[in-house]
Design a protein around this ligand. Structure first.
Ligand code: PMP
Length: 295
């Protein structure tokens, strides 16, 4: 089934505090966001008509903007209200929300001190990020030839558009070789994350290991899954993990707003089982996002 391109859909988009027809939610091609990656965004999921962890996402949007020297001309409260309003207007029950903030067109060179800050929030019905069949069996990752940049070279703890350049390059490289996603190492060669999700491993004793997020995003899902695992008495170690340690791990999964909990069956030459702990964490996460009583 062919999906309708994102610029050809219908309904409304919240655009600088106005509800604009989807087809009119346009920018001029000379804008600083497009040319110089003066842009930050969020990715949120709607479950049963409610945005999961909306306040945390809005807070991160403001944090990302601040790190980019962008002053959002609304309060967090206004953005939260607008996000709730647009999912109601679009009648999204189970979907995705994309707030985006960018510098406009007043200046078009490196300096952009006078550029107007624009904010939009779009939402649409949406299902699984990875193919649902693959998601059950576990997805396969290669190891990217691109590394996460050193923390003193980018605002690494943000969802700034520029950080995604190497993610798209990595993902395309992986897909062209028959993998679903790509594992990225950090600037020192430690395991960092996938192209849009954090990573966890399970060892033989049932302990989970996850990289310390000191040069990449400490995902909202990552933190949530750590809480769930701790509440089940599962031990979690956050530390530097070298790629060759993967031979010792028996399970692996990704976490992210889009990915939710996605088991991984293979990374490069390393194989993993979709073990009961991963299935159990995934079920608990689904119960939490849909506010069902713990299974
Ligand atoms: N890393 C990257 C690069 C991402 O794009 C995402 C998705 N936002 C994540 C990790 C996971 O973050 P979260 O759980 O907050 O969605």
């Amino acid at each position: 089934m062919e999906t309708v391109p994102y610029d050809k859909r219908s309904g409304k988009i919240w655009f600088n505090a106005k509800l604009v027809d989807w087809k009119n939610a346009n920018v001029h091609l000379l804008n600083h966001g497009l040319h110089y990656a003066s842009c930050v965004f969020e990715g949120e999921r709607v479950y049963d008509g409610e945005i999961f962890k909306l306040e945390e996402h809005t807070e991160r949007l403001f944090h990302s903007a601040k790190r980019m020297g962008i002053n959002i001309p609304y309060t967090q409260d206004e953005i939260n209200k607008a996000s709730k309003e647009i999912i109601l207007i679009q009648k999204v029950k189970n979907g995705y929300v994309r707030p985006v903030v960018w510098r406009g067109s007043e200046m078009m060179a490196i300096s952009a001190q006078k550029n107007k800050i624009h904010v939009a929030i779009a939402t649409w019905e949406w299902g699984s990020y990875f193919d649902p069949k693959l998601k059950l069996k576990g997805i396969k990752l290669n190891i990217s030839s691109w590394r996460r940049p050193a923390p003193n070279s980018v605002p690494w703890d943000t969802k700034a558009a520029g950080l995604y350049m190497i993610c798209t390059l990595s993902k395309h490289e992986a897909e062209s070789k028959g993998f679903t996603d790509s594992l990225m190492l950090d600037h020192e060669g430690n395991i960092a994350e996938a192209t849009g999700a954090n990573i966890f491993f399970k060892d033989k004793s049932g302990t989970l290991h996850t990289p310390t997020p000191d040069s990449f995003l400490d995902g909202i899902t990552r933190r949530c899954v750590i809480e769930i695992a701790k509440s089940k008495g599962v031990k979690i170690i956050e530390r530097k993990i070298k790629p060759n340690e993967m031979s010792e791990f028996i399970g692996c999964f990704l976490t992210g707003t889009a990915a939710e909990i996605t088991p991984v069956s293979q990374i490069d030459k390393y194989r993993f089982e979709v073990c009961n702990l991963i299935k159990d964490l995934s079920q608990s996460y689904q119960n939490l996002v849909r506010k069902k009583a713990a299974a």
